[in-house]
Design a protein around this ligand. Structure first.
Ligand code: F0G
Length: 408
């Protein structure tokens, strides 16, 4: 591992690497892991298998024995020619993070954060979640033999995620309120009781794992895409990906960086609203609503990092409706064989909107990140039109085959 420090994203104050808190003690800003990359060159990565830990020099874990892993990363980057043709994009790629061990991109961050928790001697981990963070944390804490507490908005978490959390033996606390309130409680609890180590994306170590998404995209593509499009909730992933692209540029592995494009659901879009109106601060959305429960977030904690990633990359942010999300989910599944959960389909709905409006060019290489597996949220079945949910075949003797032939 290379040397790093913790630095405030706002006032640049430096803290020791073993700092326990997650906010700057001077200004309250977000903290960030900063590797000293001056004079560094690309390590000898070539013989290593594609995975989060391929990039271990750039991950803040001191000892190999601390690593808790379930084989995360190394997800597919799929050239989507059929969907691309429909959208008028020749080089449309999907980086499918649903292929991770617990079915979402969270595993990239969790393997690093839980390894850090072990290194710091923590025994109890805590998160607020719309489902995927909790499912991932439940699995990794089980693997590490740690106690896990999750706070979630009651009735607003997809069924597959609930099953994962319960199956892995986490202590599940459902709150009357939304994700933003759950996170507020989790942050307060972890401040009052230091033994509960907070694993949300305000934890800078988790974002270090998530930045490997960018490393893998560059490795798999062999060049820099013009745009990378991600669904945005709390804003950890888009900021982590931007950090990853920036580190490869600092190491002179690549010369440029992509435009970062964030997609939010129409009624849960504080980031997109700020970007569209040119504001440099967000206005929280109260009572956010969307079928994409994973990104049903009104007050994203990482907003300063997101707005600066979008600004510095000359990217943008856009909103999509629930209907557009469900359409995109179905299209990706039927045209490309890739099944993603609604929040992930927001990136596909987003690229569709942007290409229709001419904001991504047909010759550009565009990577959409699909963040979670479709099996996470079986409630979508109830929303599909009846015409899509199959036929009932009356089985009466002798007429079966003819009846079947008539349907086909
Ligand atoms: N896509 C999925 C499937 C998610 O679960 C999340 C976030 C996002 C996108 C947005 O990522 O927050 O880094 O901007 N889920 C969190 C959770 C909030 O608790 O599982 P972000």
């Amino acid at each position: 591992m290379w040397r790093y420090k913790l630095q405030c994203f706002e006032c640049q104050r430096v803290f020791p690497a073993e700092e326990a808190g997650f906010r700057c003690k001077t200004c309250g800003g977000l903290l960030e892991v900063r590797f000293d990359l001056a004079g560094r060159r690309e390590p000898a990565w070539n013989g290593r298998q594609l995975s989060v830990w391929k990039y271990r020099e750039l991950l803040p874990i001191e000892k190999q024995e601390s690593i808790v892993s379930l084989a995360e990363g190394g997800t597919g980057l799929h050239h989507c020619k059929r969907l691309g043709r429909k959208l008028g994009l020749k080089k449309l790629f999907v980086k499918n993070e649903g292929e991770n061990p617990t079915g979402s991109f969270k595993d990239r961050g969790m393997t690093v954060a839980i390894s850090k928790a072990r290194e710091l001697g923590k025994k109890k981990v805590l998160c607020a979640s719309t489902g995927n963070t909790a499912a991932s944390l439940a699995a990794y804490s089980a693997r590490a033999g740690m106690e896990c507490i999750v706070l979630m908005p009651k009735g607003k978490v997809a069924g597959g995620k609930m099953l994962q959390i319960i199956m892995h033996g986490a202590k599940l606390i459902q709150i009357k309120g939304d994700f933003d309130q759950a996170l507020e409680i989790a942050m307060k609890l972890s401040e009052r009781r230091r033994e509960f180590y907070l694993m949300n994306s305000i934890n800078p170590f988790r974002l270090e794992g998530q930045k490997t998404l960018a490393f893998e995209i560059l490795d798999q593509l062999g060049r820099v895409p013009e745009a990378v499009i991600l669904p945005v909730g709390n804003g950890g992933n888009i900021s982590a990906a931007w950090k990853g692209f920036s580190e490869f540029q600092q190491l002179k592995i690549v010369k440029s960086r992509p435009r970062m494009i964030g997609i939010q659901a129409e009624k849960a879009a504080p980031i997109a609203r700020a970007v569209k109106s040119g504001r440099d601060k967000i206005r929280p959305v109260h009572n956010p609503q969307t079928i994409a429960t994973a990104i049903r977030i009104g007050s994203p904690v990482n907003w300063p990092k997101v707005l600066s990633a979008i600004r510095d990359s000359r990217g943008t942010a856009e909103t999509v409706t629930d209907r557009q999300i469900l359409e995109a989910q179905k299209e990706l599944a039927t045209l490309e064989g890739i099944f993603v959960e609604p929040a992930s389909a927001a990136s596909i709905a987003g690229v569709k909107k942007l290409s229709e409006e001419g904001r991504v060019d047909r010759s550009e290489t565009v990577v959409c990140v699909t963040t979670g597996h479709g099996l996470k949220d079986p409630s979508v079945l109830d929303r599909l039109p009846k015409s899509q949910t199959g036929y009932n075949l009356e089985i009466t003797d002798g007429s079966r085959l003819e009846a079947l032939e008539r349907i086909l």
